[in-house]
Ligand binder design. Structure first.
Ligand code: 73E
Length: 838
């Protein structure tokens, strides 16, 4: 490595092919990697070869940062955040690394001088879809922000061989296809077999007395699985920090292969190997629901145990006494999926490291912190005791003991309140016995947070009310945020450049600086540029839709987009009722003056969630009819874009005029798509749910289309006795909409196809679509009016962006650092190496 006297990348005097950033050097390195890594030369190289060659070229350029970061953290034994999450929805790495290294433009030029198109190569990347939706993507945004804020951190999770399924649409129905993301290799990870660990499962426990005469427990497992870490670097934006995402793969220990243990039984040994490998085989594709499957619990203990053992290894390597584990690490639990950490950390400290109960308990509570992400009852994880005992016999004993001490504490604080004991117990004994994971997480952590102000309030008042009364000091709110690097700089370069040309680029790290845009809302030239950029992006999406779906779309129509997981509480079918309302108006009066709209949907349904899949079928059926009805005269178009993913989201958010955030109030914990749309200049139509409340507060009620019942109104209506049929009978347009679906108009005359959905609405309507219908339609009519005043719309769009500063994940992370983690930044000096370009 040569020295760089002035630390300026652009003035690099001497460089080598693994570090140099000049266009010439990048070209040389790229061809070198094509030859020596991919074993190809340009004449026979595929697009994927080129992508891989470029990925390795970029990886070479971040390795110095990665290694330096690790060295400095190790030397200083820096306090570190461990973010434990069953999901990390990272999205493609290449583009993001180019942005964060600040070398996007040089690389673009280098590849173009080689006759290639950077966008084309970026398209090649198979994204690691190791998450379902918001929760996994939040974890990814937080890694980006921690690296950018120079916070020492490790993301710990599972390296699923198959991530979230790919979605195809056949005859309007969702079809799931396995996601083979590792098929072409993964240039961003490095396996670290030297740090493998072993995880025990099943079997039984035995009590014994140790040499000091103390009561101890030994766990004789039925099975042992090996965890092998695979590390991916996480770059900060224009800093020298490169943190690590450490994902575990499950393997059979060598002894299972050919050892004496299995002598002669070759097939049996291979069978055992396959059972072990199953643990990291596939991501459970359910968002916001828990199925209580044995393999899922095995996945949870697998990655939690691997991660905690890894932290203990690091503690020892850095000569930190184990009694100070909580000073070295703070462990954030991303929902209850890693909540078994409470019992596992206790077990490791007590059984494996000879610590006493009280000290182990104090360390555990001081180390762990719990984030709750959902109020949905079906998502609250509980495990049947029988399952728990058969897979984790030792953990069950520990949980019983924690419960004993905890219930003593409850008794002391609320004497004589046996009902409270029953409600708060870690064990649900109302019928079949269950372990309640949220209760375990609350008791074992020093902090409990919700993900938006309303959500935290509802946790305190309702779902975790008893725990709030017991430990009010543990509760706090951390409103979610999103990274502006991926969701603006990378995905929306045109708007990024316009903004930076007016106010500089400080907003990329300090999103509140977007406020400076307010000075330009009355500048006609700026408004004109703003509008032309939105229009150009919409034209791009029009071309994409034409290619993907063969539907021609009017780029001047309102791009009204709902992109998120399919779930009844998110109410994509309420959106469908609006489309049919407009369609009915046209059918009744073909010359009616309607503001043209394009309704765009994207999102996956859990494979076993019948109603969500039926809603997808309904939308595609409506699309078939509406898009081809000559009476409509192209004023309405309905488009279902298949296979929603991070890559897809980056393409779609920038093109939106209107963002649909229409969940029933009290159900969406936060939402983060709402933030990404608004940051890209879309206006929101939404209920007072999740973070919508705070977005409206920030951007101003006059720049936000709010409608519908509030959470307290929802509870009150349900308490009074909700009767959806009354709304159906008293609302003429609503009745016409439902009747049109029932008539078979969208199903080639089949009156049975959508009957389950209609029955559910007419007789239960759990998510109050009918109660909110009129308010939604009125609000949409207002949207259509406002859109006609282009100047007003543009002004509202600019003000939305200018006032989104609060919703950067950098702000969220700063709040976590201050209120929960008690951690400071550790800047990384590259010394004689390459400094980040500021
Ligand atoms: O409101 C979103 C929230 O924005 C919430 O539904 C989601 O988390 C986002 C980030 O905070 C969420 N996902 C899950 N629970 N909440 C979940 C549950 C089980 C499996 C997978 C995901």
């Amino acid at each position: 490595m040569q020295t760089v006297p002035n630390h300026q990348v652009e003035n690099l005097q001497i460089e080598d092919d693994r570090t140099g950033l000049s266009v010439e050097c990048l070209k040389r390195a790229f061809l070198d990697n094509l030859f020596y890594v991919q074993g190809k030369f340009p004449k026979i190289a595929t697009k994927n070869d080129y992508y891989m060659a470029l990925a390795y070229t970029v990886r070479d350029r971040l390795l110095q940062r990665w290694i330096n970061t690790a060295v400095i953290y190790t030397e200083r034994a820096s306090r570190t955040v461990s973010y434990l999450s069953a999901e990390f929805l990272m999205g493609p790495h290449l583009g993001n690394n180019l942005v964060n290294l600040g070398i996007y433009d040089q690389v673009k030029q280098a590849v173009s001088e080689l006759g290639l198109d950077l966008e084309d190569l970026l398209e090649q990347e198979e994204e690691p879809g190791l998450g379902n939706g918001g929760l996994g993507r939040l974890a990814a945004c937080y890694l980006d922000s921690m690296a950018t804020l120079e916070i020492p951190s490790l993301g710990y999770g599972i390296r699923y061989e198959f991530g979230i399924f790919d979605q195809d649409i056949r005859d309007g129905w969702q079809v799931e296809i396995t996601d083979k993301w590792l098929h072409c290799g993964n240039p961003w990870e490095i396996a670290r077999p030297e740090w493998e660990v072993y995880v025990k499962l099943g079997g039984h426990t035995e009590a014994y007395t140790d040499e000091h005469g103390r009561y101890r427990v030994r766990w004789i497992p039925y099975q042992v699985v090996k965890g092998v870490p695979h590390d991916t670097p996480i770059l900060g934006y224009k800093t020298n920090t490169a943190n690590t995402l450490r994902l575990w793969t499950a393997e059979a220990p060598e002894s299972f292969d050919f050892g004496a243990f299995n002598s002669g039984d070759y097939l049996g040994a291979v069978q055992a190997k396959m059972v072990s490998e199953n643990l990291s085989k596939v991501l459970y594709p359910n968002d916001d629901s828990s199925q209580g499957k044995r393999l899922r619990l095995a996945q949870q203990i697998f990655f939690v145990s691997c991660s905690l053992q890894d932290m203990i290894r690091i503690v020892f390597r850095q000569n930190v006494p184990l009694e100070k584990f909580h000073e070295k690490f703070v462990v954030q639990l991303n929902d209850t999926h890693p909540a078994i950490a409470v019992a596992e950390l206790m077990r490791l400290l007590i059984d494996e490291h000879d610590m006493g109960w009280d000290q182990a308990w104090s360390i555990t509570q001081k180390s762990l912190a719990y984030t709750n992400h959902t109020l949905l009852p079906e998502a609250l994880e509980r495990w049947p005791i029988s399952l728990f005992r058969s897979l984790l016999p030792r953990h069950l004993e520990i949980i019983y003991e924690i419960n004993y001490h905890f219930l003593e504490e409850v008794k002391a604080k609320f004497p004589g309140d046996s009902d409270r004991l029953r409600r708060m117990s870690l064990i649900d004994e109302s019928g079949e016995k269950y372990v309640r994971m949220a209760h375990l997480a609350c008791v074992g952590s020093h902090s409990i947070n919700g993900v938006a102000a309303l959500h935290t309030k509802l946790l305190q008042q309702d779902v975790l009310r008893d725990f709030y009364q017991m430990y009010p000091e543990k509760f706090n709110n951390k409103t979610n945020g999103v990274t502006p690097r991926r969701f603006m700089v990378l995905s929306n370069p045109r708007l990024t450049n316009l903004i930076s040309s007016k106010i500089g680029d400080s907003w990329i790290k300090h999103l509140k600086d977007l406020k400076k845009l307010e000075a330009f809302v009355d500048d006609p030239e700026f408004c004109h540029q703003w509008r032309s950029i939105k229009s150009a992006i919409k034209h791009d999406l029009v071309a994409y839709i034409q290619k993907q779906n063969g539907i021609s779309v009017n780029p001047d129509s309102i791009f009204d987009i709902q992109a998120k997981r399919f779930h009844e509480y998110k109410r994509q079918h309420l959106n469908a009722l609006h489309i049919i309302t407009l369609y009915n108006r046209i059918k009744a009066n073909p010359d009616i003056d309607i503001t043209p709209r394009t309704f765009i949907f994207g999102g996956k349904a859990a494979p076993g969630y019948y109603m969500a899949k039926l809603i997808i079928k309904l939308l595609n059926s409506i699309a078939d009819v509406v898009n081809n009805d000559p009476d409509v005269r192209d004023r309405l178009k309905v488009v279902f874009l298949k296979d929603y993913s991070v890559k897809f989201a980056q393409r779609v958010y920038p093109a939106a005029d209107l963002s649909e955030q229409i969940s029933m109030a009290g159900k969406e914990a936060s939402g983060t798509g709402n933030m990404k749309f608004a940051l890209n200049g879309a206006l929101t139509i939404g209920t007072l749910d999740g973070a919508n409340v705070e977005i409206r507060d920030e951007v101003g009620a006059e720049n936000f289309f709010i409608f519908g019942l509030t959470a307290p109104e929802v509870y009150a209506l349900k308490a009074r006795g909700y009767r959806p049929l009354d709304y159906y009978h008293s609302n003429r347009e609503l009745k016409a909409v439902i009747d049109r679906i029932a008539s078979g108009h969208f199903s080639h005359g089949d009156t049975q196809l959508f009957k389950p959905l209609l029955d559910s609405l007419l007789h239960r309507d759990e998510y109050l679509l009918f109660a909110d219908y009129q308010a939604y339609i009125d609000c949409q009519d207002n949207v259509s009016q406002v859109y006609r005043d282009r100047d007003r719309w543009t002004r509202m769009s600019i003000l939305n962006v200018a006032r989104m500063g609060k919703f950067s994940s950098d702000r969220s992370i700063r709040d976590y650092c201050q209120d929960i983690w008690n951690i400071q930044s550790v800047p990384i000096e590259l010394g004689e190496c390459i400094q980040a370009k500021e």
